[in-house]
Design a protein. Structure first.
Length: 117
């Protein structure tokens, strides 16, 4: 009896180990098949012209010929006249309305050197 146990124990251990490996591989295969199904569903969506058109409208802001696009920049923004306080305030830096960016940078460097602490 002891001799049979000694002979069969390693074989039984290998069998149990292989069964665990088989379950792990089956779980990996099931996960891969599920991911494959998800990707195939996405491919099928992108093959639908209506879906592609909806994505172009949403992501890229495309419009059909003859349509007028409207974009709401900030729905919390109040339209109308500017507040009087903002128009009267003048800071130490005056930003030129036109011109290249490097002139604005140079003006800010000059003003920063003139401000007294």
């Amino acid at each position: 009896m002891l001799m049979a146990f000694i002979v069969l124990a390693p074989t039984l251990r290998a069998y149990v180990s292989q069964q665990e490996q088989q379950r792990d591989l089956a779980a990996q295969i099931a996960g891969a098949q599920e991911r494959n199904a998800q990707l195939q569903a996405q491919i099928d969506q992108w093959n639908d012209p209506v879906y592609v058109q909806a994505q172009a409208r949403e992501r890229l802001g495309f419009v059909m010929p003859g349509e007028t696009p409207y974009r709401v920049v900030d729905p919390e923004t109040v339209t109308g006249e500017e507040p009087a306080a903002a128009a009267d305030e003048q800071g130490p830096v005056s930003v030129p309305p036109t011109g290249p960016w490097y002139l604005t940078v140079w003006d800010s460097v000059q003003v920063a050197g003139e401000i007294e602490d």
